[in-house]
Design a binder for this molecule. Structure first.
Ligand SMILES: NC(=O)C1=CN([C@@H]2O[C@H](COP(=O)(O)OP(=O)(O)OC[C@H]3O[C@@H](n4cnc5c(N)ncnc54)[C@H](OP(=O)(O)O)[C@@H]3O)[C@@H](O)[C@H]2O)C=CC1
Ligand SMILES: O=C(O)C1=N[C@H](C(=O)O)C[C@H](O)C1
Length: 285
């Protein structure tokens, strides 16, 4: 029998943590052959503490309780938690030399710096969206921006994102990443301004701004629309999740990549993203 990857899930009782546990452990899922869930970690006060993580995730029992303690051994950790929970997770991974996938969004600048520091000693994949379709759309958005940035009459770019009513951060990490990449592709002499919503007498829109609009409705698992507006026509690039499994599957792919790289060798310490995992790091920008 081939060796499976020992996976610890941080934020295991949450919406995303449950889907990671389910995809990693459910025998009907193709990725289950690769992983053994060895720890399902959440905070000590969580009402699901002590319950079987498989049951919590809506699958059959996996013999691993949701617990606040870290395991004695793991090959890799996937984190879908809260910004305030992330620091302890990073500390554990550094102390134990565990590779880490960070999916949590809404991180502070200090937390981004400490992730970069931690990546001197362990390999980390950090991305605001683990979805293949989203990451591919980011590359497409860069290409559209490059192609149209000097169009006669000018180009206006606005980012609309829709998420479920429970989401804690706005705009989404994905929207901010779209904006960062598009801003680089705008490559104007003037600095890009990131404008969050508009209200009142705003005056005319300037050329060098990117607008962000965060919509919170019902149970939407995540949708991003990038509007490229010109005089006379527009392009709308829309990427939408039907459920959370695109993110969970992407996180598992990232975990597998950290442990086995592209050639079966573990990835060295460093800060990686989903472009690296998906082989899109060098895609035309
Ligand atoms: N990169 C990507 O592809 C994606 C990223 N995300 C991001 O992942 C994060 C989680 O999303 P989601 O699953 O919807 O959120 P949830 O709130 O459903 O899940 C977070 C889980 O972490 C728990 N938690 C809180 N504090 C701690 C702690 N100190 N230690 C361990 N666990 C803790 C929460 O418990 P409690 O409920 O009691 O607070 C909850 O069970 C968000 O930042 C979201 O934006 C989401 C989807 C895709
Ligand atoms: O909270 C969510 O649900 C999601 N958050 C991520 C983000 O902030 O970009 C990714 C995805 O859109 C779902």
């Amino acid at each position: 029998m081939s060796k499976t990857i020992k996976l610890a899930v941080h934020g295991a009782a949450g919406r995303m943590g449950q889907r990671v546990v389910a995809l990693a452990a459910d025998a009907s899922e193709s990725s289950a052959a690769d992983f053994t869930v060895v720890a399902a970690i959440d905070h000590a006060g969580h009402p699901k503490i002590g319950q079987d993580a498989g049951t919590v995730a809506g699958i059959s029992q996996i013999g691993v309780p949701v617990a606040a303690d870290w395991p004695g051994a793991a090959d890799v950790v996937i984190d879908f938690s809260l910004p305030e929970a992330l620091d302890a997770c990073v500390e554990q991974c550094v102390a134990n030399a565990w590779p880490l996938v960070v999916a949590t969004t809404g991180l502070s600048e200090a937390q981004k710096n400490s992730l970069a520091n931690a990546a001197h000693s362990i390999p980390i994949v950090w991305a605001p969206s683990m979805s293949l379709a989203v990451n591919l759309s980011m590359r497409v958005a860069q290409q559209i921006t490059t192609a149209l940035r000097d169009v006669a009459g000018g180009l206006d770019i606005e980012i609309l994102e829709r998420h479920h009513r429970f989401k804690a951060d706005a705009p989404s990490g994905t929207a901010l990443k779209f904006g960062e990449l598009i801003g680089e592709a705008m490559a104007d002499e003037e600095p890009v301004m990131h404008v969050h919503g508009r209200e009142g007498h705003t005056g005319q829109r300037t050329r060098n701004e990117i607008g962000y609009h965060a919509i919170r409705v019902g149970d939407n698992p995540g949708e991003h629309t990038i509007v490229f507006g010109m005089l006379g026509e527009r392009i709308e690039l829309n990427v939408a999740a039907s459920n959370r499994d695109c993110y969970a599957a992407g996180a598992l792919a990232a975990a597998k990549w950290l442990v086995g790289g592209n050639d079966g060798q573990p990835m060295p310490a460093g800060l990686y993203n989903m472009f690296d995992v998906l082989g899109m790091a060098d895609a035309a920008k």
